[in-house]
Design a protein around this ligand. Structure first.
Ligand SMILES: [Cu+2]
Length: 98
């Protein structure tokens, strides 16, 4: 009986985890201050970043893919997703804000 409960709890935990992984990435808002393509870095004055529990500020992020930097330019209002990868904060998605 106990084992069965444990098993069903485990299954639910796994399903919940898979659900989270498939959810849309949390998008944060910001304004681009500076783009440095050669070192794949971007400076964003950002609002609250909920998934990182970070208040608004201006800071530099790494960019996962250089091609992301072709879609935006300094002064643009953007929506972006940033996450922790190997201890660095990396922008994995960015698009002009509507
Ligand atoms: Cu920040």
């Amino acid at each position: 009986m106990k084992l069965q409960q444990l098993a069903s709890a485990l299954i639910m935990a796994l399903a919940f985890g898979a659900n989270l992984a498939m959810a849309d990435p949390v998008m944060s808002e910001g304004v681009i201050r500076k783009i440095d393509k050669s070192i794949k870095k971007i400076t964003i004055k950002h609002g609250e970043i909920k998934n990182l529990d970070m208040p608004g500020m201006t800071m530099v992020f790494q960019v996962k893919d250089e091609a992301l930097l072709n879609k935006v330019k300094p002064g643009d209002a953007v929506k972006f997703h940033v996450e922790k990868q190997d201890g660095a904060l990396v922008v994995t998605e960015i698009k002009p804000a509507p």
